[in-house]
Design a protein around this ligand. Structure first.
Ligand SMILES: [Zn+2]
Length: 526
């Protein structure tokens, strides 16, 4: 069988470029019988120089190998519990469980110039997978493994190669997601630069779109949401006293980062961040390869340094917010602090339904099925009493059952309540904390004027604004993909799932007890 020379470090580096690869893996699962992935592989391998006479053979063996890998990967829903996947092992232990790889040499070549020792500790999220993978590789033809790696390397770089390879990828992507056209080239280019030189692009964005005033106002909202959250903990009636106290301390200790890291507005500091990346203006692919190497080395370099709790993991131009359990901190990026989520001129009802909900969602993540296993310093350490754990699990089961019942229109599929439980718990708590914080603010500063022409009370406007923020349009194929891969429930169920469990919503819209949006039995965790 034909093989093509391949650099192992380049291949490992590019496992970080996971997006196209994920699409490929899902395509394998979803449309095994479809021609789309075959056509994609055929184009890629042909472009890499494989002769037509050997192409089908190579493709078939790589495809079979890909299916075998898919079979030994535990599904997302089985990888939810950090206690089950947090396996610290030394490099020597990893070597013993997986002798088919020369781990120390691989890691040393990747980490250079940082030193890696056989006693250095690594996290292996699935020991079972590493063992199965090693056995699979041992029992496979080395040429097939080689070609599989080459195929993934090429697939990872497909968006920055030539137009034929890119077109082949767009066709596969469209088949999997239901999209009808490719993205315009300028958007692709902007995305690539924004991903690879993220903080530099972030600085341009922040200068244009986010001022210190916004930072101050959002800080106030964060403080009010924290107060509402702590009130709900104080009076939730199911936590034991000792757990309740620690939960409140953890909420107090939670750091809230808003907008952007200050250093990005200092050009010298920003230059330092990228000084080791070589950009060749006449060779796009090479520049991307250089960037990928730089990025992996930077990441591996962190192994020998203390955990940087002030590091921002995402740039300000991403419209998102996140909670990071290992630092007990939440981040609201500048791009989400805009209309319709937040605006200084908005009614409080709109801002609390928008950014208020977002903050409350991230805060509640600190106490969901995953976040609750970390203490206030971001270390995995038990702080829940047995009784509180039992009650939490009971309440979580209610949420899992509730969401597992939702069948998503047009897909014939139901939500995976287990895979989405942490997000659903965060949503269910957040809508209450955001609403309660909003009510408290209105009580203190007086009821606001209603929006003209809407003929809704401000409470009703709060819920409408919340629902409107989730307005989304998705094709069926994309929804199916989301149901298999995303830990969030589909947008419509983030509205139905939360509001139907919240008495204040039923009160605002006079929903009869027993109706769809006001069931007699409700789920509530926080
Ligand atoms: Zn979330």
């Amino acid at each position: 069988m034909t093989t093509i020379p391949l650099s192992i470090d380049l291949w490992l580096i590019n496992q970080r470029w996971s997006y196209p690869t994920e699409v490929c893996t899902c395509a394998t699962k979803l449309i095994r019988s479809s021609l789309a992935i075959w056509q994609f592989m055929r184009t890629l391998l042909g472009e890499l120089g494989l002769e037509e006479s050997t192409l089908t053979d190579v493709m078939s063996s790589v495809f079979q190998f890909e299916v075998k890998i898919a079979e030994i990967v535990a599904p997302n829903s089985e990888r939810q519990n950090i206690l089950q996947i947090y396996n610290k092992v030394t490099v020597s232990e990893l070597q013993a469980m997986s002798p088919q790889f020369d781990w120390l040499s691989i890691l040393r070549s990747l980490a250079s110039p940082h030193a890696i020792d056989a006693n250095d500790e690594l996290l292996v999220y699935s020991i079972e997978y590493i063992k199965s993978l090693s056995t699979l590789i041992e029992n496979s033809d080395p040429k097939v493994v080689h070609n599989f790696m080459l195929w993934h390397l090429a697939a990872s770089f497909v968006q920055v190669t030539n137009s034929r390879m890119k077109e082949a990828y767009v066709k596969l992507y469209n088949t999997v997601t239901g999209a009808r056209t490719g993205q315009e080239q300028w958007k692709d280019c902007a995305n690539i630069v924004s991903n690879k030189f993220s903080m530099a692009v972030g600085a341009l964005f922040v200068r244009e779109a986010f001022g210190p005033e916004g930072k101050r106002e959002v800080s106030e909202i964060v403080a009010h949401i924290k107060t509402a959250f702590k009130e709900s903990i104080r009076y939730n009636g199911w936590m034991s006293e000792e757990t309740r106290q620690v939960a409140i301390e953890k909420a107090n200790a939670m750091d809230g980062k808003i907008g952007y890291p200050d250093y990005i507005l200092d050009p010298e500091e920003l230059d330092k961040e990228f000084e080791e990346v070589e950009v060749d203006q006449s060779n796009f692919l090479q520049s991307m390869v250089n960037q990928a190497r730089f990025s992996l080395r930077k990441s591996i370099g962190k192994l020998s340094k203390p955990h940087d709790k002030d590091e921002w993991r995402a740039p300000p131009q991403i419209m998102n917010a996140l909670y990071r359990p290992s630092t007990n901190s939440m981040v609201m990026l500048a791009a989400i602090l805009q209309r319709p989520i937040f605006d200084s001129e908005n009614l409080k009802a709109l801002n609390y339904a928008g950014i208020g909900f977002v903050v409350a969602h991230e805060l509640t993540h600190g106490f969901d099925t995953h976040g609750r296993l970390y203490n206030q310093d971001g270390n995995i350490a038990p702080w829940w009493s047995e009784e509180s754990t039992r009650k939490f699990e009971e309440r979580t089961r209610c949420v899992v059952d509730q969401y597992s019942e939702y069948e998503v229109e047009g897909t014939g599929m139901k939500i995976n309540g287990n895979m989405t439980k942490a997000e659903n718990i965060a949503d269910l708590g957040a809508i209450k904390h955001a609403f309660n914080a909003y009510r408290t603010q209105v009580m203190e500063s007086g009821e606001e004027e209603e929006l003209p022409g809407l003929e809704k009370t401000n409470d009703q406007t709060f819920f409408l604004a919340y629902a409107q923020n989730w307005c989304t349009n998705r094709r069926t194929e994309s929804s199916k993909l989301q149901l298999i891969t995303d830990s969030h429930s589909p947008a419509a169920y983030r509205v139905i799932g939360t509001l139907s469990q919240f008495d204040e919503f039923s009160r605002a819209f006079s929903c009869n007890v027993g109706s769809n949006m006001n069931p007699e039995q409700k789920c509530s965790v926080f």
